[in-house]
Write a protein that binds this ligand. Sequence first.
Ligand code: ADP
Length: 354
Amino acid sequence: MTGVKLENAVKRYGNVQVIHGVSLEIADGEFCVFVGPSGCGKSTLLRMIAGLEEVSGGNISIGGRDVTNADPSERGVAMVFQTYALYPHMTVEENMGFGLKMTGHPKDEIKRKVAQAAEILQLGPYLQRKPKALSGGQRQRVAIGRAITRGPEVFLFDEPLSNLDAELRVDMRVEISKLHKELGATMIYVTHDQVEAMTLADKIVVLRDGVIEQVGAPMTLYQDPDNAFVAGFIGSPSMNFLEGTVSGQGKVSVAALGSREIETQVSLPAVGATVLVGLRPQDIGIRHEASPVTVDIRERLGGVSYDYLKTPTGERIIAEIKGDDAIEEGTEVVVEFDPARAYFFDTETRMRLR
Ligand code: ADP
């Protein structure tokens, strides 16, 4: 088992640079998730590690071995793609054993390894079927099985669950998590879905425009984001951002809340300067009382409701309300929260004020 290290990795397509000097260490046995909006460079970075994209600058090492220019087959990695990439004319068993067959492994060893992988993935009953006779989830399990039989040191997953429906995605997410515990292998997983990132990762790498915005454990990114991008990207529904004005020593006035003052210990810019105030929907409560804020829309999801609040400045606030408090759309409400749970960001740089 092996760690992965990127040093100042750069990727250019012609004269367009898409990865801007990424440095990162992934520990042996770690589950690392690359997350970020579409086009931020997640897949490119993964493919650079796999050896499927040439590196334009910097170094990549796996298990302490420099593989920057190594052939994909020499890197000890196996990749699982979104599109499964199974051979339609081969059975499940043949698909899973194909890599080993191509590298000249004896038949009985292939059979044993395929049977092992099939047991882990509960594919035993399907070994003689062709891919077209399988569900999407089963096909993706075969693709994962094919990676397992090769016994890689590092598993690379490129949005493996994107083609599955929502319910199956949740099931497969749990299976991949179990698989990681069972195999103890290093896994690098690309997704644009922050829920997948939060639930699977030991370590999340948030990317934007080919640059790392923050690296950390899921709850660290949620509770202690370095900037407004990470704060807004991690967590669902997204963090609310409101314009605030520094109104005194340790005080920020928020126009959207009827110029309510929030007291804070963070170091603020000079009085009169604007800051961005971040409030998580989960940290907000509402109380029926005369107020410039009203409930615009209430989405009842069962256990919780999402209340979309209308404010005098036109900035929207989403509050996640537990239970059902019988507040209707159109009701005036006071927005309540613990000021210690408010986040503050520089309006220009969007960096966290601490
Ligand atoms: P993600 O996986 O985060 O959605 P990608 O890694 O696929 O993003 O792409 C990152 C950027 O690189 C995008 O702007 C994309 O348009 C660009 N890109 C990807 N592949 C190529 C290519 N073969 N030629 C030129 N640009 C590319």
